[in-house]
Ligand binder design. Structure first.
Ligand code: GDP
Ligand code: IMO
Ligand code: MG
Length: 422
């Protein structure tokens, strides 16, 4: 299958980075199409841990072209730091990374506004990563954003930035926050612009030519379905389309060039930040945290944890058109006697087999569970489907059936080798 869209089927951190790394082996190009450095995609190569934020995870495999598409919001200073960090670890970036000239910039006032808006919301905060993502996409939609093409055109960038800083300093003052220094921001961003210039290209043309010569393209989704701006648990979402359609708008590759959609989901559920998580369970959170698992790759925050939510993943299968499922972190359930799976939500006398759109209703929903017997043995060493304990196979088959999609990958550890293909 040449062109694959990979998306998160839950609330982010499903293990997309690991699966991208595995699928990159049979791809030529890996493209990020939305989100920004709010993402944290972890890849282990042996004992070496890499966390990618803006650079596609494909960069860790030699000779693969990585593209940061037009739909991504780029903090140039952060991207420069990430590239330098990779270089220091001897990852080849030159010649393997291309940055869209129409990607929008994240500027310091976006980060500052993100923080100030969260403060003002108090206990109703979203729990953002404070990377300025919402305000940057806000400027894009309001048609007041700056883009990479502007960054690499020094006179234009200077004029645009001066005006934007003036305007945003007024807003920051209204919040009671410190205004920004134009000179400081300008110097920092100009340096980043000079550094990044060599990576900039018209990525729509590049990807169009790649599809014409039948290159195999992997679209690396960030965040997850229920953080999608349209289909997620609004307002507790991120500011981009994290669902499959985002891969088209965020790259300029048309829907009829896409061949399959792979949905990544954990064998349980996690969420970082605020907002409803119907299957949240202190028991499973305590167990996973005690194992040293489920701490955010970007902010280090402890992730909220819950049982597998088939109501949510079934909705994800619909919205994304998931052809194949990759289930990760199966080993996280290795010690449990009983494993619960949510098959419906109940709110008073109402029962839902889909995710209600009204956030107040969703917040009240109580899960209806099916119970499965645990396999109670370590799966870390398993490399083939038939080697998995019968109860684990039954559990995985059940969650795939409830999700209404075909299971194609099962992951029993963070390493490349800990991957089972069906
Ligand atoms: P992403 O944002 O979807 O790429 O996911 P993150 O990297 O934020 O979080 C997923 C975490 O799970 C990372 O620490 C991965 O190394 C880890 N991981 C992925 N698959 C597995 C698995 O099957 N088992 C275990 N134990 N860890 C996994
Ligand atoms: P990856 O790609 C998990 C969450 C934040 C917050 C909400 C809005 O690693 O799966 P934002 O900073 O985007 O405005 O925050 O979205 N969030 C993520 N949660 N994984 C991510 O990315 C996330 N990116 C944003 O915690 O709840
Ligand atoms: Mg992550």
């Amino acid at each position: 299958m040449p062109n694959t869209i990979l998306i998160g089927a839950q609330w982010g951190d499903e293990g997309k980075g690991k699966i991208i790394d595995v699928l990159t082996e049979e791809s030529d190009i890996v493209v990020r199409t939305q989100g920004g450095n709010n993402a944290g995609h972890t890849v282990f190569i042996g004992k070496e841990k890499y966390v990618l934020h803006l650079v596609p995870s494909g960069i860790l495999r030699r000779g693969k072209l990585c593209v940061i598409g037009n739909g991504v919001v780029v903090d140039p200073v952060s991207l420069m730091g990430e590239i330098e960090g990779l270089r220091q670890r001897r990852v080849k970036v030159e010649g393997n990374l291309v940055l869209s000239e129409t990607a929008h910039l994240v500027l310091p006032y976006h980060r500052e506004l993100d923080a100030q808006r969260e403060l003002l919301k108090g206990k109703h905060k979203i729990g953002t990563t404070k990377r300025g993502i919402g305000p940057a996409y806000g400027d894009k939609a309001a048609r007041t954003g700056l883009r990479i093409v502007d960054l690499i055109n020094p006179p234009r960038f200077e004029a645009m930035l001066r005006q934007k800083i003036r305007e945003n300093n007024e807003v920051l003052k209204a919040f009671g926050a410190k205004p920004l220094s134009f000179a400081k921001v300008h110097a920092e961003y100009r340096a980043a612009g000079d550094y990044l210039k060599a990576f900039v290209a018209n990525t729509v043309i590049l990807l169009h030519e790649a599809t014409q010569r039948k290159a195999r393209i992997l679209f690396e989704g960030a965040q997850g379905t229920f953080l999608d701006l349209d289909h997620g648990t609004y307002p507790f979402v991120t500011s981009s389309n994290t669902t499959a359609g985002g891969a088209c708008t965020g790259s300029g590759v048309s829907p009829n060039r896409m061949d399959r959609v792979v949905g990544v989901m954990k064998a349980y559920t996690t969420r970082v930040g605020e907002g409803p998580l119907p299957t949240e369970s202190a028991d499973i959170a305590d167990m996973l945290h005690a194992m040293g698992r489920e701490f955010g790759a970007t902010t280090g925050r402890a992730r909220r944890c819950g049982w597998f939510d088939a109501v949510a993943t079934r909705e994800a299968a619909r919205v994304n058109g998931i052809d194949e499922l990759a289930v990760t972190n199966i080993d996280g359930l290795d010690t449990l006697e009983t494993i619960k799976v949510c098959v419906a939500y109940r709110d008073g006398s109402a029962q839902y087999d889909y995710v209600p759109n009204d956030i107040e209703v969703l917040s009240r929903c109580k899960p209806v569970y099916l119970e499965f017997p645990g396999w109670r043995t370590s799966t870390h060493q398993v490399r083939r489907w038939a080697q998995l304990p019968l109860k684990a196979r039954q559990y995985l088959k059940a969650i795939a059936e409830l999700t209404e999609a075909r299971l194609s990958i099962a992951s029993v550890g963070p390493d490349r080798a800990q991957t089972i293909f069906l």
